[in-house]
Design a protein. Structure first.
Length: 418
């Protein structure tokens, strides 16, 4: 069967459209596995589901376990085995890796969800649930593509190799790093959260780190404040100094535009995102904990920023400073035949002019930095389910539209068949 003929590809796309509700149903199943991270439970159970889906289709499997000792230095309470699953298609063809991470960010029903976040609800051709966009929707597309190839008896030009990996949402030592170190990355890598169903090409992401500050004081009754030392009040001057530092970062910009915000450029950011202090209003707090998210460009380094920020706060009494490195910046050149094929795929699916595609960066971070560190010659091709039809990742009522699931399934098929 000559799978590259245009009429054949169009027939396959039509078949995807007829079956797109099946992708949504599979996604509901995947959402039902609560892999919130931290703590990152249920990886083995989710991997078992994937195996049960693919095994009847002749796929083979290998599990890569990340040892707990490699995660011990991270500032998170983690639970359960960090099982990464490599699933290889049955075709004797050159390999193409399809990447998806198993974990999702935490969600609580009281945060504005219209249904329980791990129930996987379908409303108006959208699947609602934590991970619908980031990134169990892409995982459902991979399973659907595998089933479609098997059911229709299609032999692709390239053999799909699924990489289902742990701990992308926390970083530091994500599962794909261990997979790369063991030299398990095969062929080009389709990064299934590095794009969307619109004419944009993601060229870069920022590096990611956190700074944790602990201010120490002495507890006392608020009516006798002279017996205590208010840790929360002690934190204020240091935080004011850091906010001044934050304002200085506005000039640390790159030449790359920020996707979807054409008047903005990629640049360094700092945000104070978490503060915890005090047990009760009438008790002077003896500790104050602060978490700061810092994103950085290729012109900066974790070591340099750690020294820079540390010097700002070490002059204040009673403060403990800790810095954690999660991800380095990512750069995607879009200069290989695989990148060109991705543009062809999306252009064909939506009838787009290839000259419409815009390039730019985003302020997120990714475990693809570890692929580039260990396997610098592996082409990384960004794809994904995001679009204006869907509701964004990490938000309450996170949702993906059936048409976006179908769109990504078509892209994957095009990359495997053409």
């Amino acid at each position: 069967m000559r799978t590259s003929q245009p009429c054949f590809i169009e027939q396959i796309f039509e078949e995807v459209d007829r079956r797109k509700h099946a992708i949504g149903q599979t996604l509901c199943d995947l959402i039902g596995f609560d892999t919130s991270n931290p703590p990152g439970r249920n990886y083995p159970e989710l991997c078992a589901y994937i195996r049960s889906f693919l095994a009847p289709l002749g796929w083979s499997f290998e599990e890569i376990l990340v040892e707990q000792s490699k995660l011990d230095g991270l500032p998170f309470l983690l639970e359960g085995d960090r099982v990464n699953l490599i699933a290889k298609g049955p075709f004797k063809r050159p390999p193409v890796s399809l990447y998806a991470h198993l974990d999702v960010v935490p969600a609580q029903a009281q945060e504005g969800w219209s249904s329980p976040p791990f129930s996987g609800v379908i409303v108006d051709d959208c699947v609602f649930g934590r991970g619908a966009v980031d990134m169990k929707g892409a995982m459902a597309c991979v399973l659907f593509v595998a089933h479609l190839l098997g059911e229709l008896g299609i032999e692709p030009r390239y053999n799909p190799v699924g990489l289902f990996c742990t701990d992308e949402e926390i970083g530091g030592y994500p599962g794909v790093y261990e997979v790369a170190l063991q030299r398990k990355i095969q062929g080009p890598l389709l990064w299934l959260e590095g794009g969307g169903q619109w004419p944009v090409l993601l060229t870069s992401l920022l590096g990611s780190m956190e700074v944790h500050l602990t201010f120490l004081g002495k507890g006392a009754h608020v009516g006798l404040p002279f017996l205590g030392d208010n840790a929360l009040e002690n934190a204020i001057p240091a935080l004011a100094s850091l906010l001044e530092y934050k304002r200085s970062l506005a000039s640390r910009l790159t030449d790359e535009p920020l996707l979807f915000f054409p008047d903005k450029r990629m640049g360094s950011t700092m945000n104070i995102t978490m503060i915890k202090s005090g047990l009760k209003a009438n008790i002077i707090p003896d500790t104050c904990s602060v978490v700061i998210d810092r994103r950085f460009t290729r012109e900066e380094s974790f070591e340099g920023i750690r020294e820079e920020m540390g010097s700002l706060v070490r002059g204040f009494e009673g403060v403990r400073f800790e810095a954690y490195h999660f991800y380095d910046p990512v750069r995607v050149a879009w200069d290989t035949p695989w990148h060109q094929k991705k543009v062809e795929a999306l252009s064909k699916i939506y009838g787009l002019d290839p000259t419409m595609f815009r390039k730019g960066g985003m302020g997120g971070a990714s475990d693809m930095s570890y692929i580039q560190k260990v396997c610098p010659d592996v082409p990384i091709v960004g794809m994904g389910v995001m679009s204006p039809r869907s509701k964004g990742a990490h938000a309450a009522d996170e949702a993906v539209h059936f048409d976006d699931l179908a769109g990504l399934a078509k892209e994957i098929l095009y990359m495997l068949l053409v």
